[in-house]
Design a binder for this molecule. Structure first.
Ligand code: CP
Ligand code: NVA
Length: 309
């Protein structure tokens, strides 16, 4: 049994195994319908319990299809209906019950500590479906999408992030270290990654460069990533933050400074950080990026269940 919480804590060879498995499984599903089960029904009889303390469309749908396509099933709990959320039941007791009733737990939460607390008390795998510090399942799937489109290992590509120093960027930084790819970050000085992340970058290697000028950040990029300036439950002065990002909008002019065949990716939902003309252009691969999450979630589940080759 394995947990899937933060990319930085998962060995690079395991992350690579997940991507290889997802590629194989995606290929084998070409003629199958949405709810057809993969050959061998590898997670037959298994129940994935999901809980979202914050909104979700893609993560919810992709885990639903993922477990179904592996032959298992899922149940989504509403946090406001649990004793635990109202403070009447401890994480330890809740975790014990989840472990006895289900086979894996997927949690989207506003607290990294809560994830860790659950991990301590669960005897089934826990998957982080987004937390303030990480969006690991998203970023691993994005690596899959980049390699699928570019047809080469991500280590051979120049990746740029233009946007906030949020959970998705933290996972992208961890991925850059695990998969050894060059990462440029373009963001205003006052919204740079915090000192803990900077120390993590310094300790591991320095293929990561931070620019306070979006034009410099995208120069020669093969892939440009972005995300909303204001994340869910971001407790900031929204007006001020949005204003700081005025010069970091992704428009056609900015895209033209990257490589000619540069692609645009965005985990969605989007705000005003990207111009419609870019978002809806041929360079934008956001829909392919979103559906790929089903394929990668499946291999993440198999990894957690110890069923990857
Ligand atoms: N990208 C992503 O995680 O989308 P949802 O918030 O809709 O799940
Ligand atoms: N950074 C965003 C990602 C949403 C999928 C958020 O946390 O709201």
């Amino acid at each position: 049994m394995k947990h899937f919480i933060n990319l930085k804590d998962i060995p690079a060879k395991d992350l690579r195994k997940i991507i290889i498995d997802a590629k194989k499984r995606k290929k084998l599903r070409k003629k199958l319908s949405t709810l057809d089960v993969d050959k061998g029904t590898p997670l037959k009889g298994k129940l994935l319990i999901q809980m979202f303390e914050k909104s979700s469309l893609r993560t919810r749908l992709s885990f639903y299809l993922a477990i179904k396509q592996l032959g298992g099933s899922t149940l989504t709990l509403r946090p406001d209906e649990l004793h635990f959320s109202k403070g009447g039941e401890s994480i330890a007791d809740t975790a014990k019950i989840l472990s006895n009733f289900g086979n894996a737990f997927m949690l989207r939460t506003d607290s990294d500590e809560k994830l860790n607390e659950f991990r301590k008390h669960l005897s089934i795998p826990i998957i982080n479906g987004l937390s303030p510090g990480s969006h690991a399942t998203q970023v691993l799937s994005d690596i899959f999408t980049v390699e699928e489109i570019k047809k080469k290992p991500i280590s051979k590509l120049k990746i740029t992030w233009v946007g906030d120093s949020n959970n998705v960027l933290s996972s992208l930084i961890a991925a850059s270290i695990k998969f050894s790819f060059k990462l440029n970050i373009g963001c205003p000085k006052s919204y740079q990654p915090n000192y803990k992340i900077i120390n993590y970058i310094k300790k591991n290697k320095n293929k990561i460069s931070i620019y306070n000028d979006s034009k410099k950040a995208v120069k020669g990029a093969d892939v440009i990533f972005s995300d909303k300036v204001i994340s869910m439950n971001d407790k900031v002065n929204k007006k001020r933050k949005l204003k700081s990002f005025n010069k970091f909008k992704i428009d056609e002019k900015l895209m033209s400074l990257a490589k000619k065949d540069c692609i645009f990716l965005h985990c969605l939902p989007r705000g005003k950080e990207v111009d419609d003309k870019v978002f809806l252009s041929k360079q934008s691969k956001v829909w392919q990026q979103a559906i790929n999450r089903v394929h990668v979630q499946k291999s993440i589940l198999l990894y957690c269940f110890g069923k990857l080759g």
